[in-house]
Design a protein around this ligand. Structure first.
Ligand SMILES: Nc1ncnc2c1ncn2[C@@H]1O[C@H](COP(=O)(O)OP(=O)(O)OP(=O)(O)O)[C@@H](O)[C@H]1O
Ligand SMILES: [Mg+2]
Length: 265
């Protein structure tokens, strides 16, 4: 018989699954209190916990936008799912960390840690095409977290890496009609790379890559457990809920793609 390998199962199909072995330190500059964690593959990860502020929805956005962005040529650290035992939290002296980690027992999101990376600032010479891809992605998914104050861009090995997509896809916090999200304008004046990259210069190329198949593939990477029933979502709520939730994300994103003239600059 072949080795069954790690416990992936249909529900975690696609992203690698690792197991947390040590909590190293809290990344206090992050509002959601991400942790630097070592895993059984000897990797070091920035872990975003399910019990943090916005709950699993922030992790859904991290996966959907992170994997979509990667497909569109934006450098984004690799994502994985990480199993966390409550025991990992109980060993922590800091009470806030202890509570967060213990309440997040189970699957969480792991972002490959880029050691020695530094936060982006204007002295870094960004390629206009790379900037345009990031601005286009952010406008498409309505990312409000790429301002000069909080760029969520890291410079690592002379490249620009995009992180922190938890605040994208705001429609999932109160699902209204898809048109409201689809047609909402984007605040380019608040985007740190908007002066450098013109999203129109890459629109045709990137929009041409986004279709129902790609979005469905990306949604398939989200664990069922994070796609909770939601009374504000316009679809049947009876279990099994996850397929309906995935289809709703795909619909809202396709609707926004079709309205690009409303959100391009
Ligand atoms: N993959 C990574 N490699 C290296 N450092 C990282 C990585 N991911 C995050 N960091 C560091 O941790 C900080 C917090 O991460 P992140 O912005 O993802 O968390 P957050 O809690 O969502 O933050 P925010 O307060 O912006 O909402 C980053 O600003 C960065 O300094
Ligand atoms: Mg951040």
């Amino acid at each position: 018989m072949s080795d069954p390998g790690p416990p992936t199962g249909s529900d975690t199909f696609g992203l690698p699954v690792v197991h947390a072995t040590a909590y190293l330190t809290a990344l206090r500059e992050g509002g959601s209190l991400p942790g630097l964690v070592e895993a059984d593959d000897l990797g070091t990860y920035v872990v975003k916990f399910t019990a943090a502020g916005q709950g699993p929805k922030a992790l859904v956005a991290e996966i959907v936008v992170g994997e979509l962005g990667r497909t569109l040529g934006v450098d984004i650290p690799d994502l994985a799912l990480i199993e966390v035992d409550a025991e990992l939290g109980r060993r922590e002296p800091d009470e806030e960390v202890q509570e967060l980690v213990t309440a997040s027992a189970g699957l969480n999101l792991a972002v490959d840690f880029l050691p020695g990376s530094v936060g982006y600032d204007a002295s870094f010479d960004v390629d206009a095409g790379q900037a345009a891809r990031i601005v286009w992605l952010d406008a498409f998914v309505a990312n409000v977290d790429r301002s000069a104050r909080n760029t969520n861009l890291l410079v690592w090995h002379k490249n620009l890496w995009a992180i922190d997509h938890g605040a994208c896809l705001r429609f999932h916090h109160a699902w209204g009609r898809p048109e409201a999200f689809a047609t909402s304008a984007y605040r380019y004046d608040d985007h740190v790379l908007a002066p450098v990259g013109d999203p129109r210069s890459v629109h045709e190329e990137l929009a041409g890559q986004v279709d129902e198949g790609l979005l469905a593939d990306v949604l398939d990477l989200v664990p069922d457990a994070w796609l909770l029933p939601d009374p504000t979502r316009p679809d049947p709520l009876a279990p099994p809920d996850a397929p309906a939730a995935r289809a709703a994300y795909v619909d809202y994103l396709l609707a926004r793609l079709a309205q690009a003239e409303r959100w391009l600059p």
